[in-house]
Design a protein around this ligand. Structure first.
Ligand code: SAM
Length: 414
């Protein structure tokens, strides 16, 4: 009975607890179901979200692989690689346990297996995002153009209570664009259509403009405002050609200047930072970045990636291509305000694994709801995502392309 109840609640929330004991929490999430909670009239297109697992793609002619060199003697790991391996060995039993829990859950296994068959025939229904025949330019390119300050976006807001709709034309870049209604809004910008979730806002700008998010500057009358949850997924440099073609990267030294303390609510904030498995990066965060940001009491959450058949997306022990990523969690407080982390944050320090089928390149699962349960301060928590590529109901999204996954081609009508 418990499993049935858990599964029907999963169908609404997209979140399923596979296991929770005093030391470990293992959670499966379906990003599409989670994201759907941000919309009334639209839903996220599964075939677009999981496009990399589409059967069509798998049938493409395989690129011939370079022949492996024969009998390459195993090279001894250098010191940095040894530390990376040690971290991996520490997490390994937990990751295996998490995968076993997934394989033991018949409900969830059959859910993700069905996903695959749904994907193969869902494509035709997606909404088109193009309004006219204009040349398509990415938001990043447009934001870099000299005309950027002149671009406007038209918001079509539904004001249900007032029984009408409103068209609002506001600046697209370097501006806080807000849907303050409790319904989805549609937006038009140049030749594209976007779907804007209820009660969401975005600020599309480059790093140099990040100070505009500091609450005191935005709302001088409310100096106590700030954020209780700050999620950050920086464009880390890693030299991969694929990444270079997707978005620009930022050198570590630029990330030091993100004003975390100033963005933090007076009650404190839960800070969640996505990291890659590079040891050099982990050292930088522990030794320089978190101390500079004033983030303490850190802990780790694993995101384990599975295919729609339930298997891991790659071998667990493959050195450079781990089938998991890490989210570093910590607690920050406003300058001059000294407080102990809450009991809720202490609960978060248990071993945590999130399992999901990944979406597009470098797209992270929407775990904001899970995190906001642990946020310090009054509820609902005030939440912000930095370097975002999508919007969430109740959240502020900042980055140079926060509307990226809001294009209407990623949506279906409910
Ligand atoms: N969390 C996102 C998701 O799940 O889709 C992925 C974020 S991706 C790792 C990093 C983002 O930072 C990209 O959208 C990239 O364009 C953006 N970015 C790169 N340089 C930037 C800059 N100077 N200012 C603002 N955003 C930047």
């Amino acid at each position: 009975i418990n499993n049935t109840r858990e599964f029907s609640s999963f169908m609404k929330s997209g979140i399923y607890r596979l296991n929770s004991d005093p030391t470990t929490t293992i959670t499966f999430i379906d990003p599409v179901l989670v994201l759907n909670n941000s919309y009334n009239r639209f839903r996220v297109s599964p075939s677009n979200y999981y496009s990399r697992f589409l059967i069509k793609q798998q049938q493409q002619t395989p690129i011939p692989r370079k022949r492996k060199r024969k009998n390459k003697p195993p090279r001894a790991l250098n010191q940095r690689e040894q530390s990376a391996d040690q971290r991996h060995q520490e997490g390994r039993p937990l990751l295996l346990k998490a995968h076993q829990s997934l394989l033991g859950s018949t409900d969830i296994l059959s859910w993700i297996r069905n996903l695959k068959s749904d994907l193969s025939n869902a494509n035709a229904m997606d909404l088109s995002s193009r309004v006219g025949n204009g040349v398509h330019k990415s938001l990043i390119e447009l934001g870099n153009a000299w005309q950027a300050p002149l671009y406007d976006i038209s918001l079509y807001l539904c004001r249900i209570q007032e029984g009408g709709s409103e068209r609002k034309v506001v600046e697209m870049f370097n501006n806080m664009v807000i849907n303050d209604t409790s319904d989805d809004a549609e937006a038009r910008f140049l030749h594209n259509r976007y779907i804007i979730p209820k009660e969401s806002c975005f600020h599309m700008s480059k790093m140099e403009q990040i100070h505009r998010l500091i609450p005191v500057t935005l709302f001088p009358a409310m100096p106590n405002e700030g954020f209780n949850v700050i999620v950050i997924d920086p464009p880390w440099e890693n030299g991969s050609a694929r990444q270079k073609s997707m978005y620009p990267t930022l050198a570590n030294r630029h990330l030091l200047s993100i004003p975390i303390k100033q963005l933090t609510h007076t009650d404190g904030a839960l800070v969640a930072l996505w990291v890659t498995n590079r040891e050099k990066l982990r050292m930088f965060i522990e030794k320089e970045l978190f101390p500079m940001w004033g983030v303490s009491y850190t802990t780790l959450l694993y995101w384990l990636k599975v295919k729609p058949d339930g298997s891991l997306i790659g071998e667990l022990d493959l050195f450079h291509h781990r089938p998991y990523e890490c989210l570093l969690l910590g607690y920050s407080h406003r300058e001059g305000v000294n407080c102990e982390p809450l009991q809720t944050f202490k609960d978060l320090r248990r071993n945590q694994v999130i399992i999901s089928v990944p979406g597009d390149y470098s797209r992270k699962p929407p775990i904001g709801k899970l995190l906001s349960d642990y946020a310090p301060g009054l509820k609902p928590a005030r939440c912000i995502e930095l370097f975002a590529r999508e919007l969430l109901a109740g959240w502020t999204s900042w980055g140079n392309e926060p509307l990226h996954f809001q294009e209407s081609k990623y949506f279906l009508r409910k």
